[in-house]
Design a protein around this ligand. Structure first.
Ligand code: NA7
Length: 455
């Protein structure tokens, strides 16, 4: 969507539009934000792309991901809260591309099966397949932009004895809702965003207990009384999990929040990113251009503080390289540049430094293009405020309001606290609770106060 919008933005300024075909496996756009209830195969035999669950709300302030060429004010026509549910964010990103009239470039229900590159002709040959009819087609392209994301294919580690566990074992990718975990004892493996967020979703939905098992170290939040952190599971014995500190406990279900794999089954190995989930995967100049083949581009291959606006910055950069507006330096200079980012990544001391790192990265891309500039230092400060709010109140940080660095608009304090909000629909989000239903309406509260913790 970012890449299409980037080309459309150039066309609107008089540039010639190249011939573009965008392949989308699903029947609609939105990628991760295109929620599907199914987690395995859909009706066409394709696997689910989205890893989102039904009640997901943004876990970062929307002010950190706001498009500088399409603001929340422009889309909603009024202030909204800082941590919208998924339907609201989908509406925002879809609204921007609807307005750009780029749907015509997309072949929906069409999976890319295989791509090869011919060095002599400098062309990609791409085989696509209609997921409904099975019909395949072959195309030739000069440039290829891989924008298929890397939070879809679950990383599923093995644990001794896990096949004796009698309860449900699933990966975060397959989690769609915590209602069925009410009253249950849950074990989460992993100590990053998914463990934290799904764990607190389970708390919200009434899980009896949530145990988070870490490999590298605890998250250390001020958890509600339902929740504890333990070192890594060493083995299972029926419903009992044994932990590295010698403790053990019984559980009803296990959710592996163990991250995702970079997986590009349509690409030969020499064109596919191989990386852990890091802020700067190697081999990509400016995090975008494949080092050994500068006709190949990746968008969003990084782990992300910034999201939508970073994808834009990358797409604008990729567009300008593709059209020749940006001339790439020779390979050795590109390698030096990549190495300098990798070295800086290695030296990152903490989460604040990571936010600054990605801020510098996005800044460099934006400065190279005509993507509308915005106050990136202010966004970095927002990230740090957000992380501090999480430390102060893991159940309440989503009730805080932040100010847009683009429009200056102060977010609305949401009518319902996250912990109490059971209806996440777009309609209820925008129109508010019906009378006598919500006893925690808080639209009059000062947005700058820390909300009372609900335990
Ligand atoms: P992340 O952020 O990639 O985190 C993966 C977590 O899984 C992390 O805590 C890992 O521990 C843990 N992990 C991975 N493999 C194992 C094994 N074998 N045993 C124990 N723990 C393991 O993925 P998330 O799903 O939380 O978040 C995905 C993205 O969503 C995130 O990047 C944000 O952009 C939003 P480690 O710390 O490596 O020891």
């Amino acid at each position: 969507m970012a890449q299409l919008r980037a080309f459309e933005a150039a066309r609107a300024k008089g540039a010639e539009m190249p011939e573009i075909v965008c392949f989308e496996k699903q029947s609609d756009w939105g990628g991760q934000w295109n929620y599907t209830w199914h987690t395995g195969m859909d009706g066409t035999g394709e696997t689910a792309h989205s890893s989102m669950y039904r009640h997901l709300w943004s876990n970062g302030p929307k002010e950190c991901l706001e498009f500088s060429d399409y603001t929340f004010d422009e889309h909603f026509g009024r202030p909204i809260s800082s941590f919208p549910p998924r339907e609201v964010l989908f509406d925002y990103i879809a609204g921007r591309v609807e307005k750009s009239d780029v749907r015509k470039y997309i072949q929906f229900n069409t999976a890319v099966r295989w791509v090869t590159y011919d060095k002599s002709s400098e062309e990609f040959t791409l085989v696509s397949q209609d997921v409904n009819t099975g019909e395949s087609k072959t195309y030739i392209f000069d440039k290829l932009v891989v924008s298929s994301g890397h939070f879809s294919t679950p990383n599923i580690p093995e644990f001794e004895g896990i096949n004796t566990f009698p309860g449900e074992v699933l990966h975060a990718h397959d989690f769609r809702g915590a209602e069925r975990f009410g009253g249950k004892k849950l074990l989460m493996i992993g100590s990053s965003y998914s463990a934290e967020d799904i764990g607190m979703q389970a708390h919200k939905m009434g899980a009896a207990s949530i145990t988070m098992s870490y490999r590298s170290g605890p998250m250390g939040y001020d958890w509600p009384s339902t929740t504890v952190e333990r070192p890594l599971v060493t083995r299972f014995e029926g419903s009992t999990a044994h932990f590295a500190d010698g403790t053990s406990d019984e559980f009803d279900a296990v959710i592996m929040c163990t991250g995702y794999l970079h997986k590009y089954p349509f690409l030969p190995s020499e064109l596919a990113v191989k990386s852990a989930n890091v802020l700067y995967p190697g081999n990509l100049y400016k995090g975008v251009v494949w080092q050994q083949n500068t006709n190949l581009f990746y968008l969003g291959a990084q782990d992300q503080y910034y999201t939508f606006n970073m994808f834009d910055a990358q797409a604008w950069f990729a567009r300008d390289v593709m059209t020749g507006k940006i001339t790439l330096p020779p390979a050795d200079q590109r390698s030096v540049d990549i190495k300098s980012w990798l070295d800086a990544q290695d030296a990152l001391a903490d989460h604040d430094a990571e936010a600054d790192f990605q801020t510098d990265y996005v800044r460099e891309l934006i400065q190279a293009t005509d993507y509308p500039e915005f106050d990136l230092d202010a966004v970095s400060t927002l990230f740090k405020d957000w992380m501090r709010h999480k430390s102060e109140d893991i159940l309440g940080y989503r009730d805080k309001a932040h100010r847009s660095v683009i429009t200056g608009t102060m977010a609305e304090v949401h009518h319902t606290r996250w912990i109490n909000a059971m209806d996440d629909s777009l309609e209820r989000y925008l129109n508010g609770p019906s009378q006598n239903v919500d006893t925690n309406a808080m639209a009059t509260l000062d947005p700058n106060i820390i909300l009372t913790k609900e335990r």
